[in-house]
Unconditional design. Sequence first.
Length: 237
Amino acid sequence: MSVVESWFGPASAFAVLLPWFPMVLKGFGLNLLISALSMGIGIAGGILLGAAQMAKTRWISWPARQLTLFLRNSPWLVIMFYVMFLLPFEVKVGRSYLEFPDWIKAVLALAIPVCGYMSEIVRGGLRSVPTTQWEAAASLAYGPLRTLSSIILPQAIRLMIPPTVNLYCSVAMATSLANIVGVQEVMTVTQTILSTETRPGLILPAYGMTLLLFFAYIFPISLVSRGLERRWATGTR
């Protein structure tokens, strides 16, 4: 058998995997949906938690700092298991019951550590703004919320974007953890293919296909993040 036939012949791994590719793409689409929703929830929570860390009142800043440290140093897989087993399988609404899908639980599980990392990103971005800006806002009788929204955040946000994009890349890759708890994402689909085809020679090509999908999606995003970081480091817009 020639090299071409071994790779692209009727009995090759490529020929076997090609009919499964639409199903693999569907599973990968669920990964992207989970990553986007987790990131959105995590950003919202991280902004609040990061702003709380900057509060002048210690009974607000100290608990926010401790919670941030806890979330940042907790294993993502352990959080995934806790969320999956602690949240109910269905929710009662009135007289009916609504199913609580596993993929939504995966969204919440990934959003929890994202809150911790975003809290640090927000805190670092806010601290990067010179104190003179805070003093100028105080001289204009701006309150804390108006100071943050009108003066501090517009200056800090460009410093927060590159690490936030890098965090999203990590979250997108971490969505494969949902496979362990039964979510029908791309890794689960890949395992379904291998168990259906029962060909040991498909293991590396099948997982290689999944690897290429993640790489093709994440690598351009990481390049954009590095480009923004280099551009803004030189002071250009």
